[in-house]
Design a protein around this ligand. Structure first.
Ligand code: SF4
Length: 500
């Protein structure tokens, strides 16, 4: 149900209303759209789809909110004080809109989309009645209709349903130029209900897209210039979409089908749950050359009791067994993970178990946060909340260790020749930025024609978050593990990959 509020619309508003009429048909009137995206890659994907949808209604994207007729904040609820940050941003935009109106310099529509919109719902229109539309992640395909409704009627529009129809069936097909490294959402929502997480409440139940629709979108992305696709899902390896033959496809099956697309050289997927790393998927890491040797696999804690309190459904040993199997089939696989320090009830010894697990496993990258209660989640009302200062101290210790491991991982690639997919120009003239198979950013001096190609690069220097290298004459040796240059078992080997 839309939540109606009084609107300060005047002549301009009525003019817009007449112009919009009672239709959501594509318009040719040029309008300017600014989308500010917070949070995860899925929000980046959703923002691209919103921009594509609104382009059919005459909107072109601008990088500056001050130049826009429509600003969409595509929000994320994961970080601490997420909603407060959105309200602050809305306050700034309201001032900008009021100034513009006072100067007779046009109007500005404000849309809040994404997980904060879903979580706040009607409360957002009560607290910020100047917002025009609040739309959840499952209904943004209705944005043109909501905009038209907003033009016809005073008051903010709210749509935070979990509709039965799939938004993917209703969004226009992406067309035109694609990024070299593109995202493709294959699954949304989550049924796991980890006790710290809002996703099951903001994104709804797990839903997988049919295999044929994913393959078609992947082919369009490749035709538009993509050479790498990252498959996205809140719980991506729980994927179980319907295959064209009517039977359910696993993520491993989908990956094998995608890997057969001509011109698609690299595949990745995120975010995975350790419980859904089945043997078929693990084997794909050893058998599908296009599947890159990098995996983000959140563990959250090394303590079995804490993992149970988080409702994660695995033990530390279960996680390590998955890692061991992955390394058996793909010895150079680089691992990334998520960690939470100071979950309610976490003792010193339980935190030490996390430190021990990190030491045993070794991570190439990681994201770590101190626990912050999310309203509406079971964790927020658990007894024995850990003091803020303790959560912070534990986080600092954990991050010191994780940063040292990441630096060590990067350092061990120095001297190796790795296949780098060049994605875009760097900050300095003549410089390009690309990625290694292990997702490390590499800065290389190379001409712009190399963008979109995979070239051998000799890694010359390692920094905390990136590498520098030079184009190499020779492609990487086929079996670098025999070179003995790699130190620890989880160190980077040189992946097999063909060069364009
Ligand atoms: S599996 Fe991931 S998305 Fe699902 S509830 Fe747990 S943390 Fe949230």
């Amino acid at each position: 149900m839309p939540h109606m509020t009084q609107s300060p619309e005047g002549e301009l508003g009525r003019h817009h209303a007449e112009r919009a009429a009672a239709t959501t048909e594509p318009s040719t009137l040029p309008k300017k759209l600014h989308i500010k995206t917070y949070g995860c890659q899925m929000n980046v994907y959703d923002s691209e789809r919103m921009a594509g949808l609104l382009a059919r209604h005459g909107y072109t994207q601008v990088s500056d909110a001050a130049a826009a007729d429509l600003v969409v904040l595509n929000t994320c609820h994961i970080r601490e004080k997420a909603a407060e940050k959105v309200y602050s941003e809305l306050g700034r935009l309201r001032v900008m809109r009021d100034e513009r109106r006072a100067a007779g310099d046009g109007d500005l529509r404000l849309v809040v989309a994404g997980c904060v919109a879903q979580a706040e719902g009607a409360a957002m229109l009560e607290r910020a009645p100047f917002v025009d539309i609040v739309v959840g992640p499952q209904t943004y395909h209705r944005l043109p209709e909501l905009l038209a409704r907003r033009e016809r009627a005073a008051g903010g529009q709210l749509d935070t349903d979990f509709p039965l129809e799939s938004k993917f069936d209703l969004l226009p097909e992406s067309a035109g130029q694609s990024p070299i490294s593109a995202f493709l959402t294959i699954q949304e929502g989550c049924d796991k209900f980890c006790t710290f997480c809002v996703v099951p409440y903001t994104r709804g139940a797990e839903e997988s897209r049919p295999g044929a629709a994913i393959l078609a979108e992947a082919r369009r992305l490749v035709a538009g210039g993509a050479r790498e696709i990252t498959l996205l899902g809140q719980n991506v390896n729980a994927y179980h979409g319907q295959g064209p033959e009517g039977r359910s496809w696993s993520l491993a099956r989908l990956i094998r089908e995608l890997a057969a697309i001509d011109g698609l050289d690299r595949l990745r997927y995120t975010t995975s749950h350790p419980r859904d790393m089945d043997e078929e998927l693990i084997l794909a890491h050893g058998q599908v050359p296009a599947l890159m040797p990098f995996l983000h696999l959140p563990v959250q804690s090394g303590s079995d009791r804490v993992l149970q309190a988080m409702n994660r459904g695995y033990s530390a040993r279960d996680f390590e067994r998955v890692v061991d199997r992955l390394r058996e089939v793909r010895p150079d696989i680089a691992l990334s993970s998520d960690f939470i320090t100071g979950f309610p009830g976490e003792s010193d010894a339980e935190f030490e178990a996390t430190i021990d697990l990190v030491r045993r496993v070794g991570f190439a990258q990681a994201f770590s946060f101190k626990y912050s209660p999310r309203p509406g989640t079971p964790g927020a009302v658990m007894p024995r909340q850990v003091e803020e200062s303790v959560r912070g101290e534990r986080l600092a210790r954990l991050q010191t260790l994780l940063e040292a491991q990441a630096a060590d991982f990067n350092a061990r690639t120095v001297g190796l020749t790795l296949p780098v997919l060049f994605e875009r120009p760097g900050r300095h003239p003549g410089q390009l930025v690309g990625r290694t198979p292990y997702l490390q950013a590499v800065h290389v001096t190379a001409s712009a024609e190399s963008i979109g190609t995979i070239r051998p690069v000799e890694i010359a220097a390692a920094f905390p978050h990136s590498l520098a290298g030079r184009l190499a004459d020779q492609p990487p040796v086929a079996d670098p593990l025999t070179r003995g240059a790699l130190g620890a078992a989880h160190g980077p080997a040189q992946p097999e990959e063909t060069f364009a």
